[in-house]
Design a protein around this ligand. Structure first.
Ligand code: CTP
Length: 404
């Protein structure tokens, strides 16, 4: 219960992302926090005070001029009787009010009256996020010591438009709350890490490619976990459909060749964690135009060439990071193959897993791994990919501290 006894005043302002605030309330409460919700008038168009009240098990405050509420708690007490004011979603409008000290409704009045730390999770259309007034307001809020999580890149819920503006996911917001309220140790502060994640796509022609079933979930979770421990993380990601993790610099690539150059340009680093399911082969010369069927003729064979082995290159590089970690995706003889990869690739640790379809690991949310190093093999239990990431990040911190 990492948030036991913590009181969070949650301000929900009016955007489509307000639906995620319901899950956020659950996530905060299951960690022991009490959540007192304040909703703007517009927020009530997106989620009902009834749902917010039921999930938070609290009265929902909506009106600056409600005689009952003002007698009961009052906006000044609301603003002070908490350990953190969290605004999720924070609309462009509310951010503008905050930046200018307006206080004409309950959310803005509370924000002006509070002397507690404030964390906002902006959510808006990408054009609004990039608009000059919002840029100015963000700078003002930062200068006023307002903490911010997101917005993230990705597709917008209502318009399908892509860009920066999506509200951070509830668990990312919880992590930011934890950071503010119970700052963890940052054992990886000052360390640089490079993480690869996802599949690679190797073009056959302009419309076709060779790929695999990797989702990027494990690699992205590891990048986020290392960042949470204070590392300066560069994530080199193949084509995935999941959002960029918070607090990490992301370099998006398509092919193994591009991934290798992105990784090499990230050197020097202290830690390399190569999680990507790099395609082993590429098409020797991918066609410049779409390959057409020739009636009555067999399909032209694809001539393949081996891709560079990124982990092996890094493991034997003159500028090798102090700690090099690889994964081993196997469908049989997991241990033997894992040990072999440890040696062949010059890695310090191989995280081996059985990716047979029956395990559901590839593309799924859980993982069951064996951690193979020269000092032995450890079998970890069935865990979520986030839990595997957190354990691995802790193991990395331990290794680096014992060699420091
Ligand atoms: N890897 C890499 N570059 C490649 C192939 C693999 O960096 N061209 C890395 C992966 O990121 C992983 C490790 O090597 O950390 C093992 O990958 P895996 O797919 O299990 O093994 P391969 O080396 O491809 O060998 P095989 O396909 O024969 O099992």
């Amino acid at each position: 219960m990492e948030l036991q006894g913590k009181r969070i005043l949650l301000i929900i302002s009016g955007g489509i992302a307000a639906y995620k605030s319901l899950d956020l309330i659950r996530r905060l409460r299951e960690r022991g926090a009490t959540v007192r919700p304040v909703m703007s008038r517009a927020a009530q168009e997106f989620v009902t005070p009834l749902a917010v009240g039921a999930l938070s098990a609290s009265h929902v405050y909506t009106d600056l001029f409600s005689r009952e509420d003002e007698q009961d708690v009052g906006h000044i007490r609301l603003a002070r009787e908490c350990d953190l004011v969290l605004v999720a979603p924070a609309t462009a409008d509310l951010m503008a009010k905050m930046a200018h000290g307006l206080a004409d409704d309950l959310p803005s009045a509370v924000l002006l009256a509070t002397d507690r730390p404030v964390l906002i999770a902006p959510a808006m259309n990408p054009v609004m996020w990039n608009a000059a007034p919002t840029r100015r307001n963000v700078e003002t809020l930062k200068a006023d010591s307002i903490s911010m999580i997101g917005p993230m890149k990705g597709e917008m819920a209502e318009s399908g438009e892509a860009g920066t503006g999506r509200m951070a996911e509830p668990l990312e917001i919880v992590a930011a709350v934890l950071d503010l309220l119970s700052p963890q140790d940052k054992p990886l502060a000052g360390k640089r890490a490079i993480v690869t994640s996802g599949p690679t796509h190797e073009p056959i022609d302009p419309v076709r490619y060779i790929a695999n079933r990797s989702s990027g979930k494990q690699g992205h979770a590891i990048a986020a976990a290392l960042a949470r421990l204070g590392a300066d993380v560069t994530l080199v990601s193949g084509p995935v459909t999941i959002p960029d993790p918070a607090g990490v610099a992301v370099n998006h690539v398509e092919t193994a060749d591009q991934m290798l150059s992105a990784v090499l340009s990230g050197l020097p680093a202290d830690i390399a964690v190569m999680v990507a399911a790099v395609a082993d082969w590429r098409v020797v010369s991918s066609a410049g135009q779409k390959i057409k069927k020739q009636p009555g003729e067999p399909p032209a064979p694809l001539q393949l060439a081996e891709n560079p082995d990124i982990l092996k290159t890094i493991g034997h590089h003159a500028n090798r990071p102090g700690l090099v970690i690889g994964f081993a995706a196997e469908t049989q003889d997991v241990e033997t193959n894992g040990r072999r990869k440890l040696e062949a690739k010059g890695a310090d640790i191989i995280v081996a897993n059985d990716v047979s379809p029956a395990t559901g690991i590839m593309g799924g949310d859980r993982n069951r791994v064996k951690v193979i190093s020269r000092s032995g093999i450890e079998q970890w239990p069935d865990l979520s990919k986030d839990e595997v990431a957190a354990r691995l990040a802790a193991l990395i911190a331990e290794r680096l501290s014992s060699t420091a």
